[in-house]
Design a protein around this ligand. Structure first.
Ligand SMILES: NC(=O)c1ccc[n+]([C@@H]2O[C@H](COP(=O)([O-])OP(=O)(O)OC[C@H]3O[C@@H](n4cnc5c(N)ncnc54)[C@H](O)[C@@H]3O)[C@@H](O)[C@H]2O)c1
Length: 258
């Protein structure tokens, strides 16, 4: 057994869909899984980001394709899975990463924005999980689903009430579906990042107050880089985590430990 431990993280020929993989955390995870041998399908709404991401991966020797997809459109989401399977074969890994955040006082939060956030951060995540699970169950095959939750899904993050609510929902989708689908060999886990410097958070992180908040609330006293989410994703995608399901792996610099 000892010699085979080195193979635990191997993803050779595994097929992974990464939603919102055009930039930020999704792109970093796509690179990470690809570097361990996975074939990557980027499901990204922005056509330029989608193409650039696939090119960037291929330049690194990773088999990759992009499917321009708005994951909130169910027909497009289904087409993403169909194209992934047609091009690369059956899916093994789903990274449910596409998401949006907003920092608005709770009492002022516009109703239309609320619905959009729910559509993307909750409904599309669940529909992606269903799409993967239905295919795996039909083919008698297991797989690994990794959802992007957040520290805000488990502790309060003022000015983020609807975002926090959707991420809390992702935490419970993760746990509940992990238990429901365990009998089918489907593992469902989530990564709970702290603040990660991406285009989503750059504006917040560049305000003078943010530095003080990060310093005060993060044990490691800094925001993360997107590549610091990759190790967790490789672990949860691979055989290394064969006995881990329904888990929310906090990669938050100690935020929720404080
Ligand atoms: N950055 C952070 O600090 C942080 C912290 C906790 C959790 N997260 C979560 O991690 C995930 C990725 O965050 P990020 O910081 O990389 O964000 P980001 O905004 O940098 O990237 C999100 C990507 O998703 C794409 N996207 C948006 N809507 C889409 C849709 N409808 N269909 C397909 N693609 C769509 C965007 O075009 C973009 O490429 C999100 O779910 C986010 O909530 C981020």
């Amino acid at each position: 057994m000892t010699n085979s431990y080195r193979q635990l993280f191997e993803l050779h020929d595994q097929v992974a869909i990464v939603t919102g993989g055009g930039r930020g955390i999704g792109l970093a995870i796509a690179e990470g899984l690809g570097s361990f041998g996975a074939k990557i399908v980027i499901g990204e709404r922005d056509p330029v980001l989608a193409d650039n991401a696939a090119c960037q991966l291929r330049e690194q020797g990773i088999e990759a394709m992009a499917v321009v997809t708005d994951v909130t459109d169910h027909a497009q989401l289904t087409a993403l899975f169909d194209q992934a399977c047609a091009e690369f074969g059956e899916l093994d890994i789903l990274i449910n990463n596409a998401g949006v955040s907003a920092r608005i006082p709770a009492e002022d939060y516009p109703r239309a924005d609320l619905q959009q956030m729910i559509d993307l951060n909750l409904t599309a995540v669940f529909q992606g999980m269903q799409e993967a699970a239905r295919r795996w169950i039909a083919h008698g095959k297991g797989g690994s689903i990794i959802n992007l939750a957040s520290f805000a899904g488990v502790v309060a993050d003022p000015l983020s009430a609807p975002y926090a609510a959707t991420k809390g929902a992702v935490v419970q989708l993760t746990r509940t579906c992990a238990v429901e689908w365990a009998q089918h060999g489907i593992r469902v886990n989530a990564i709970g990042p702290g603040y990660v410097r991406t285009e989503m958070t750059a504006h917040t992180l560049d305000t003078p107050e943010a530095g003080a908040v990060i310093q005060a609330k993060t044990a490691l006293a800094r925001a993360a880089r997107p590549d610091e989410m990759v190790g967790a994703a490789i672990y949860l995608a691979s055989e290394a985590s064969s006995y881990t399901t329904g888990h929310i792996l906090m990669v938050d610099g100690g935020w929720t430990a404080m």
